[in-house]
Design a binder for this molecule. Structure first.
Ligand SMILES: [Zn+2]
Length: 576
C-alpha cells in the first residue's frame, strides 16, 4: 500500500514519524500547533509539499484548540490565525512551501470573516475545509506528474528500471510523490517496473525512505551506495533517471539533494534520459540560472560522524553542501503537473505556466518512434548493424526525424535521431549529433509525393533483398500483401544507394503502393503511422520469403488480379 505521510481523519491530523523509518512505522496524532512545530523541526515530516501541508494543518489545529479553550472569537480570529502561521513558519525557515501555505491560511481566514459568518466554530470549520482542499490539490498535482512521467517511461524502448536519488516520493508529499509518482502510475497501469535507489549520503533519505515506501507499495527496489550509480548504468540496468527538485531556475538549472549532479553527468555519459519531476511551483521564475540559487551548508558532524562514530580525523576539514545544481544541459525534460517541458526550458516552462503551447514534445515523440522501430528492426532480423533506415514526420510542425548514419541500432538512443525539416533542410538552432542517413533524399522524395505518409521503414531484410536481385516485382503470394498494393509489389531498378536517382524512382514506385522492393537492396514500406509502416515491412519480408519458398515448387500460382483488387479494398483498413 502506498503510504501517506500526513492525513486527516475527520477533524484529527495524523503523521507518520519519518525519523523512525525504516525500522519502525509509528503514526502519531498531532493535536496542537506546538506539536506540529516540533514535528516539522525534527523532520518527523519532511519534503517541501508535505511541510507546506503540515504548516496549514498546524494553523487549523491552533484555531481548534483555542476554540475548545473558549478564547477564540470572530473578532480575534484573523489575528490568531496569523499568529499561529507566523509561529509555524519559524520551524523550517528555508522551506518555501511552508511560508506559502501559512500565507494561504491567512488569506482564507480573512475571506471567512469577510463573508459575514457570525459563528466562530464555522470559521474553524472553514480552515479545516481549506486543509482538505490543499491536500486534494497536492494529490491531484502529484498524480498528474505521475501520469505524464509514466507516458514518458512507456515510450522508452525496453524500459524496465529507473534510478532515483534522495526521496521525492509519497513520503515527501501527500501521496504518490513527484519523482516516484511515475513509478506508482506505471504500477497502476499494470507495467513491470523496478527502481534503484541511491542511499543519498549523508542523511540516507534514499535508503531509509525511498526504499521503504517502494517496498511498502510492492515495487521491487534495490538500494545502492551513491558511488555505485555509475556501475549499474554501465551494466545496462537503468533505462531512465527521475529525481525531484528543491528549486528550478527559469533556464531549467535544477537544485536538488547533493549528489543529483553526479547522477546527471553519469546518465549523460551512458545515454540514459534524465528527468526532473516537480510541481510548477518549484520553478523560481525570478532567477535566471542556477548560479543564483543559494546552497545551504549543513553541520560538519553529518560528514564527520557515521552511525554515531567519528570517521574523519579531527585535523581534516569537512565540506557539507546540502544541495547541488544540475545544469539544464544534462536534463532531458522537466515533468510538471501541467505537462512536460523539453528544452529550451526558458521558453517551455513559461509556456506551461501560462497554459500555452510548448515546443519540443513533438521532436521527442518522433525520436522515440523512430528509435523504437529501428531497434525492433534489428531485433526482428530485418536489419543488421546500422543498415537500413527509418523516419517519421510531423507535418503540422514541419519536422522530420531520421536514423543517423553509421550508428548501431543496438546502442542507438532517441537523442541520436536527426531532426530536420520535411524537405531535409537543417532547422535553425537544432544541432544533430550525427549526420542523417545517406538515404535522406529518398525519404524526403516520398514525403513530398505522398501527403498521407508519416512514416517510412527501409530494411535490407534478407528475403526482400534476395528476391529483389531478380529485379522483378513481387506477386501477391500471401493475402496480407493486399495491405501493400492492389497487385504486384513494384521493384525499383538498381541505383547506387543514397543517390537522387534512387530517391526519384522509389518515390515513383510508391506513388500507388505502400511498399516496394529495391533491386539488390531490400525494401521500403510507408504508412500514416510508424506502427503500420513497420508492420508492412514485416509483411513484405514474409511475402518475399513465401515467394522464394514457393519457387521451390517451380511454378507458383499468385493470387489472381481480380481477387487482388478486392483484397486491396478489404485490407486497406486492416488492423485499424
Ligand atoms: Zn539501404
Amino acid at each position: 500500500m502506498l503510504p501517506k505521510p500526513i492525513w486527516l481523519e475527520g477533524e484529527k491530523v495524523f503523521l507518520i514519524d519519518q525519523t523512525l523509518l525504516p525500522v519502525e512505522l509509528n503514526t502519531i496524532e498531532i493535536r496542537t500547533e506546538e506539536a506540529m512545530w516540533d514535528a516539522i523541526k525534527r523532520l518527523v515530516v519532511r519534503g517541501a509539499p508535505a511541510i507546506g501541508l503540515a504548516g496549514a494543518f498546524g494553523v487549523y489545529l491552533g484555531a481548534a484548540r483555542k476554540l475548545e479553550a473558549g478564547i477564540l472569537t470572530v473578532d480575534n480570529f484573523t489575528a490568531e490565525v496569523h499568529a499561529s502561521g507566523a509561529y509555524l513558519d519559524t520551524s523550517r525557515p528555508t522551506a518555501v512551501n511552508l511560508h506559502w501555505a501559512v500565507t494561504r491560511m491567512d488569506r482564507v481566514a480573512e475571506q471567512l470573516v469577510q463573508s459575514g459568518e457570525q459563528e466562530v466554530r464555522m470559521l474553524v470549520q472553514g480552515l479545516l475545509r481549506e486543509c482538505e482542499a490543499m491536500l486534494n490539490e497536492d494529490i491531484a498535482a502529484c498524480r498528474a506528474i505521475g501520469e505524464y512521467g509514466a507516458d514518458l517511461l512507456e515510450a522508452i524502448p525496453g524500459f524496465h528500471t529507473m534510478l532515483t536519488h534522495c526521496n521525492a516520493g509519497a513520503l515527501a508529499t501527500s501521496m504518490y510523490g513527484t519523482a516516484l509518482a511515475p513509478a506508482y502510475i506505471m504500477q497502476e497501469r499494470g507495467h513491470q517496473i523496478a527502481v534503484y535507489s541511491d542511499e543519498t549520503r549523508p542523511l540516507l533519505q534514499g535508503a531509509r525512505l525511498t526504499a521503504w515506501e517502494l517496498s511498502q507499495s510492492g515495487i521491487p527496489v534495490t538500494s545502492i551506495c551513491d558511488n555505485m550509480a555509475g556501475v549499474v548504468m554501465a551494466q545496462g540496468k537503468i533505462q531512465a533517471v527521475i529525481v525531484g527538485a528543491d528549486r528550478i531556475a527559469s533556464n531549467g538549472d535544477t537544485a536538488n539533494k547533493i549528489g543529483t549532479y553526479t547522477v546527471a553527468v553519469l546518465a549523460k555519459e551512458h545515454n540514459i534520459p534524465f528527468y526532473v519531476a516537480a510541481p510548477l511551483s518549484t520553478v523560481d521564475f525570478a532567477i535566471d540560472d542556477g548560479t543564483q540559487i543559494p546552497i545551504e551548508e549543513r553541520k560538519e558532524d553529518e560528514i564527520r560522524m557515521f552511525h554515531g562514530r567519528q570517521t574523519v580525523p579531527d585535523a581534516a576539514s569537512v565540506f557539507n553542501p546540502a544541495f547541488d545544481v544540475t545544469p539544464q544541459r544534462y536534463i532531458t525534460a522537466i515533468i510538471t503537473e501541467k505537462g512536460v517541458a523539453y528544452p529550451p526550458f526558458r521558453q517551455n516552462l513559461v509556456a506551461l505556466r501560462d497554459g500555452k503551447q510548448t515546443t519540443g514534445a513533438e521532436v521527442h515523440n518522433l525520436q522515440y518512434q523512430v528509435v523504437k522501430a529501428a531497434k525492433a528492426m534489428s531485433q526482428d532480423g530485418l536489419a543488421s548493424g546500422s543498415f537500413g533506415n527509418v523516419s517519421a514526420v510531423n507535418r503540422a510542425h514541419n519536422l522530420l526525424a531520421i536514423t543517423p548514419s553509421g550508428v548501431l541500432y543496438d546502442t542507438m538512443q532517441p537523442e541520436d535521431i536527426c531532426i530536420l525539416h520535411l524537405d531535409g533542410s537543417a532547422i535553425t538552432g537544432v544541432e544533430n549529433r550525427y549526420q542523417p542517413s545517406s538515404e535522406l533524399p529518398m525519404h524526403c522524395a516520398v514525403y513530398a509525393t505522398r501527403q498521407d505518409v508519416n512514416a517510412i521503414v527501409h530494411t535490407h531484410a534478407a528475403y526482400c533483398t534476395a528476391y529483389a536481385s531478380s529485379g522483378k516485382p513481387l506477386g501477391p503470394i500471401i493475402s496480407e500483401m493486399g495491405m501493400i498494393a492492389s497487385g504486384d509489389v513494384p521493384c525499383v531498378a538498381y541505383y547506387q544507394p543514397g543517390t537522387l536517382e534512387l530517391a526519384k524512382y522509389t518515390a515513383e514506385a510508391l506513388h500507388e503502393a505502400n511498399g516496394c522492393l529495391l533491386a539488390n537492396h531490400g525494401a521500403v514500406s510507408v504508412a500514416d503511422c510508424m506502427d503500420r509502416a513497420y508492420m508492412l515491412a514485416q509483411i513484405l519480408e514474409d511475402g518475399a520469403k513465401a515467394a522464394a519458398l514457393a519457387q521451390l515448387i517451380k511454378e507458383p500460382e499468385y493470387i489472381p488480379p481480380k481477387n487482388c483488387s478486392l483484397l486491396y479494398e478489404k485490407m486497406k483498413g486492416y488492423g485499424r
